[in-house]
Ligand binder design. Structure first.
Ligand code: GTP
Length: 189
């Protein structure tokens, strides 16, 4: 049977337990919404095919459990994803604060280039809002700064090791030039 899509991508949803990852995914794939919170056990996924500029893209979206006890399992999936959707709950300040931890986990467990997006969920519940839109926007800027710092650190480390290599090579050159030259033997024969 012919393939029904041109590309297959894996996306990962990460965020604290209860921020609404499963609901968000169900809404996207089944246009459905559930008010109950049944914690995801480990990991689950849903598929959807999208057409982007005439290209059929099949997305496999992995919905991870936010609970700490499943993180050994969920971290194994980080490496296989091409993109991450970080989710926090605008009515829960702590879930917003923890985004930094989710980001650093992804950074630690992956080596590939990842596209990421930050989503503040439960915006409908304005009365209980604890994280303002401005704070959400600011965290994008902060994330960019952190990525830039990490990038600079890598470049500095590279330059540092290059410097020490050149210093060492220079020393060795000096060492060689300080070796007393033996008088050249002349031949009298
Ligand atoms: N008001 C409001 N409630 C929401 C929204 N999205 C999810 N919820 C509620 O938040 C609760 C948790 O939603 P889940 O989708 O199960 O949360 P989760 O992030 O998947 O949680 P874990 O599987 O434990 O990691 C449920 O009671 C939902 O009804 C939203 O956009 N607005």
């Amino acid at each position: 049977m012919a393939k029904q899509y041109d590309f297959l991508f894996r996306l990962l949803m990460l965020g604290d337990s209860g921020v609404g990852k499963t609901c968000m995914l169900r809404r996207f794939t089944e246009s459905d919404f559930d008010t109950t919170h049944i914690s995801t056990i480990g990991i689950d996924f849903k598929m959807k095919t999208l057409e982007v500029d005439g290209t059929k893209v099949r997305v496999q979206i992995w919905d991870t459990a936010g609970q700490e006890r499943y993180q050994t399992i969920t971290k194994q999936y980080y490496r296989r994803a091409q993109g991450v959707i970080f989710v926090y709950d605008v009515t829960d300040k702590l879930s917003f604060k923890h985004i930094a931890k989710w980001v650093s986990d992804v950074d630690e467990y992956t080596t590939q280039k990842m596209e990421t997006i930050l989503v503040g969920n439960k915006c409908d519940d304005s009365l209980r809002r604890e994280v303002s839109k401005n704070q959400g926007t600011k965290s994008f800027e902060r994330l960019t700064e952190l990525v830039l710092q990490a990038h600079k650190r890598d470049v500095d480390n590279l330059l540092g090791s290059l410097d020490s290599y050149l210093d060492k090579a220079g020393l060795e050159e000096v060492k060689e030039s300080t070796v007393p030259h033996l008088p050249q033997r002349s031949c009298a024969c």
